[in-house]
Design a protein around this ligand. Structure first.
Ligand code: PLP
Length: 452
């Protein structure tokens, strides 16, 4: 007899045999979580027949919605040719064409694409590339990295080493290499107790003094440009990124921009660095690269970094890094199609219109008694909920306010996932204007209700 795949049946197996990421499993095993069976446009559907508008793009990666006809077609076409062949000793058609496509949309002279599998590996590659670059250019003493508090670059060892979220990383400290942490540009809770713009972005001076205190030994600075995503959708003030960039130029530090969350029009520009006219030395992308269909990442750099790795075989200057699925054809063919859809004039215009509606709508959340700050850039929005607005006193995380808001909004058929006390809104770029309204109205009502 074939068992019917009901929610209960599947949940029971999940509870017995599956381990979920960033999840307290003892609570999970008590929960009636949705089990997703399929998706269409901006909705995901569970096996019990419920549907959810995806307000967080499956953790910030979906761009064109689910079961997109054109992406599916690109995938099917590629699958009929070949799904994967090694990138060692041979190349392949989609990986070559994707590199060209990326170079056309990337800022400045970023012309060399190194593929990997996910956001964490994109950053690992960036860090290793940076370190080896200085070895090949006669500066092997340059080994230190600077990174930001509240930064998040993934969960592998290197990415965690430049991460700045203690809750996620402190357990693994014995495994991590040392990196110098500097202030997060978190104006709402300024570490220096200053206020923008009177502060004149004083937090960047810490980077300058570190560069001066450690002359000639800093290899790279790793940053999420414009938005520290997992840190709480913290948006840097205008001028901050440019100043950081200038310091790195002055002190010969490679700037590694992690655009894993912000890339591909999320912030209203193709890449967030473009907001301040910054071209990093190394740029990391993933998530939106395949519109959330498949794991694929790229670390991109310019000819200056690339040239340092050139030489005769016996000099052993190759970049010693690679993965089994480097340059995977299915991922690359999807990414090509996704970028084609993204760069259609009509689609780009529609994003600009949606951003306006989103910005106007999210701004209204400021009125709420327990909303401390509303942060927004493009179609990325973070609403920080506080116990007391006048003192900015946060809710204790144990009160699970963010989680309760997301549970509440689920009653309105919306799926959200918070970052502590920050309610995150980051829908697929394909969201319709009506869906934006529904997302904002339902979230507003849920926050009012839970914090009443
Ligand atoms: N970098 C940033 C800015 C991210 O937001 C994330 C994931 O959220 C990562 C890196 C890690 O990406 P992945 O989860 O694909 O390893």
């Amino acid at each position: 007899m074939v068992k019917k795949l009901t929610g209960k049946f599947l949940r029971d197996i999940d509870k017995k045999h599956v381990w979920h990421p960033f999840t307290q499993m003892s609570e999970w095993m008590e929960e009636d979580f949705p089990v997703i069976s399929h998706g269409k446009d901006n909705y995901i559907y569970d096996v019990d027949g419920k549907k959810y508008l995806d307000g967080v793009s499956s953790i910030w990666c979906n761009i064109h919605g689910y079961a997109n006809r054109e992406l599916n077609e690109a995938l099917r076409k590629q699958m009929d040719k070949i799904s994967h062949s090694t990138f060692l000793g041979m190349s392949n058609v989609p990986a070559i064409l994707l590199a060209k496509k990326l170079i056309d949309i990337l800022p400045g002279e970023l012309t060399r694409v190194f593929y990997s599998d996910n956001g964490s590996t994109a950053v690992e590659v960036g860090i290793k590339m940076c370190l080896q670059y200085w070895q090949h250019t006669g500066r092997p003493e340059k080994q230190m990295f600077v990174s930001l508090r509240n930064g998040y670059h993934g969960d592998t060892i290197g990415a965690m080493s430049v991460g700045g979220i203690d809750l996620f990383h402190s357990a693994f400290k014995p495994l991590l290499f040392q990196s110098i942490r500097v202030a997060s540009p978190y104006c709402y809770r300024c570490e220096l107790g200053l206020e923008y713009p009177l502060c004149e972005i004083a937090c960047v001076e810490e980077i300058e003094s570190i560069a001066k205190n450690y002359p000639g030994v800093i290899a790279g600075l790793v940053i999420e440009p414009m938005v520290q995503a997992a840190g709480g959708f913290i948006m840097s003030p205008p001028g901050y990124l440019k100043r950081v960039y200038e310091i790195t130029r002055k002190h010969e530090i490679l700037l590694i921009a992690d655009e894993v969350a912000t890339g591909f029009m999320r912030t209203g520009r193709m890449f967030a660095c473009e907001h301040e006219g910054v071209v990093p030395d190394i740029l990391c992308i993933s998530k939106g690269l395949t519109s959330g269909y498949m794991p694929l990442a790229a670390t991109v750099t310019g000819e200056n970094v690339f040239a340092a790795f050139l030489g005769r075989y016996e000099e052993f200057k190759s970049f010693f890094h690679g993965h089994t699925y480097t340059g995977n054809q299915l991922g690359c063919s999807l990414a090509i199609r996704s970028i084609e859809l993204l760069t259609r004039k009509k689609f780009l215009n529609s994003i600009a219109q949606k951003i306006k509606i989103f910005e106007k709508g999210i701004d209204k959340f400021k009125k709420l008694k327990h909303v401390g700050e509303v942060r927004n850039l493009g179609l990325m929005g973070g609403i920080e909920i506080v116990k007391r607005k006048d003192t900015k006193e946060p809710y204790n995380l144990k009160e699970k306010v963010g989680i309760r808001v997301c549970r509440e909004v689920r009653k309105d058929n919306i799926f959200l996932r918070p970052l502590g006390n920050v309610v995150v809104l980051m829908p697929p770029l394909s969201i319709t204007k009506e869906e934006i309204k529904h997302l904002l109205d339902a979230t507003y009502n849920a926050i009012s209700k839970i914090t009443d």
